[in-house]
Design a protein around this ligand. Structure first.
Ligand SMILES: Cc1ncc(COP(=O)(O)O)c(C=O)c1O
Length: 414
């Protein structure tokens, strides 16, 4: 079979779509290396939201007047786009939420509280984001289920040999794992873990918050049961996320939030639930944000997810090479082939917050802290790291500025 390499991405050209790159910080253009926290927004997304507010805004699913019909059409078109983006078999299985965090809480509460109990095991990983760790830890505690985490090895990869031990500890009911680690960039073997989970009758919950912006996603090929993503990490607005779930599971589940929209009928004696996906969308949703989410998905699809993935990979290799020139910088995580465009590192003898502060003076925006992965920090034996993360608009010159900034950090604080 012929292997086709996706064409190269022209990041300089794409940057013209993002108004933020016209901004100066301390008189310098911003080198934005914090896309893993949240991505910048192209005009196409901003225009779609403005256009919606100016010409189609009303509440959804309620009015019979034309504006309300237009609003509903905009919202439901966005649902179709996001469902298509993850190759969902049906758009009814695509629930709009506020964020990936809310999507993961929805599953933990609405599935977990009714399906877990003593003797069961909930399995997460040591490199989970707190959003995929804490809800399961809490619900396991509430239901009496055991809570375990797959450890990572010295390369920042999941140690799947540990699965054999977990098995002896009870009935594994849930495996929850991110597809891409937000701290190390590790691309996790979600397909393999899902197969292992299914062989044991467990569900597989994939946190794709960090994968969805950067690589093609297909819930059917991944053969998972739930998948969470958020809009703000893929160039869409904040306040909007999505959960895809297998229809039969969603249908069997109790609701998560209760109120308007999610009901079929309400009486003093009894309330019944609406059909999917509305059963899980109580109250007025983030309507324009969903429209922006849909526009972001269109934008990324037009650029091409394979092309974005390859671009980030090239940047990652470049960054690891350049950081490798600095013997006083320690980087964490697996080999480039096994990771996405995220680099966590520490500068010898300097706290990550100070590193980030000096870099900011140079107009370089990075994240410093535990990245909502405290169990991983404990494993690495550090309190925090500095993290640089790349996206479709990142250019190698920004990585050069990072390295120049690190020399200044070393000179002034090291
Ligand atoms: C891997 C991962 N999961 C979940 C989340 C939470 O996403 P959201 O901000 O949409 O709640 C993040 C955000 O940093 C993340 O990186």
């Amino acid at each position: 079979m012929a292997v086709t390499t996706p064409p190269a991405l022209d990041a300089h050209r794409l940057r013209a779509d993002f108004p933020v790159f016209d901004e100066l910080v301390n008189g310098k253009p911003v080198a934005f290396l914090d896309s893993a926290a949240s991505a910048q927004k192209p005009r196409q997304v901003l225009d779609a939201m403005r256009d919606f507010y100016e010409h189609s805004y009303a509440n959804v699913h309620r009015g019979v007047y034309r504006l309300a019909e237009r609003a509903t059409a905009g919202y439901e078109t966005a649902r179709r786009k996001v469902a298509g983006f993850v190759n969902a078999p049906s758009e009814r299985e695509l629930i709009f939420t506020r964020s990936a965090t809310e999507s993961l809480n929805l599953v933990a509460y609405a599935w977990g509280l009714d399906n877990l109990g003593p003797g069961d095991v909930v399995l997460v990983t040591e490199l989970e984001h707190h959003s995929s760790f804490v809800p399961w830890q809490y619900v396991a505690h509430r239901t009496g289920a055991a809570f375990r985490a797959i450890p990572i090895d010295d390369h920042g990869e999941l140690d799947l040999d540990a699965l054999a031990t977990v098995e002896g500890e009870g009935t594994v009911k849930v495996v929850a794992c991110n597809l891409v680690s937000n701290t190390l960039g590790t691309v996790n073997p979600a397909l393999k873990l899902g197969a292992w989970a299914h062989e044991r009758g467990a569900i597989m919950v994939v946190d794709a918050a960090q994968a969805a912006p950067h690589r093609p996603l297909d819930v059917q090929a991944l053969d998972c049961d739930f998948l969470a993503l958020s809009s703000h990490k893929l160039c869409g607005p904040s306040g909007s996320g999505a959960l895809w779930g297998r229809r039969e599971l969603l249908e069997a589940m109790s609701p998560f939030n209760l109120g308007g929209e999610m009901i079929r009928s309400v009486a003093i004696e009894k309330t019944t639930w609406n059909e999917l996906p509305y059963k899980f969308e109580a109250g007025t949703p983030a309507i324009a944000e969903a429209v922006g989410f849909g526009a972001a998905v269109d934008y990324l699809s037009e650029v091409g997810l394979e092309v974005i993935e390859r671009h980030e990979h090239e940047l990652l290799e470049y960054a690891l090479g350049r950081l490798g020139e600095l013997p006083w910088v320690e980087t964490y995580g697996p080999v480039p082939e096994r990771r996405a465009g995220i680099v966590s590192f520490n500068v010898e003898g300097v706290h990550p917050h100070d590193v980030a502060q000096v870099l900011d003076w140079e107009g370089v925006a990075v994240r410093a802290g535990h990245h909502c992965t405290q169990p991983l920090m404990t494993k690495l034996g550090v309190a925090a790291t500095t993290r640089a993360s790349f996206y479709l608009y990142t250019i190698p010159e920004e990585i050069d500025r990072l390295v120049e900034g690190l020399h200044k950090v070393k000179k002034s604080l090291g």
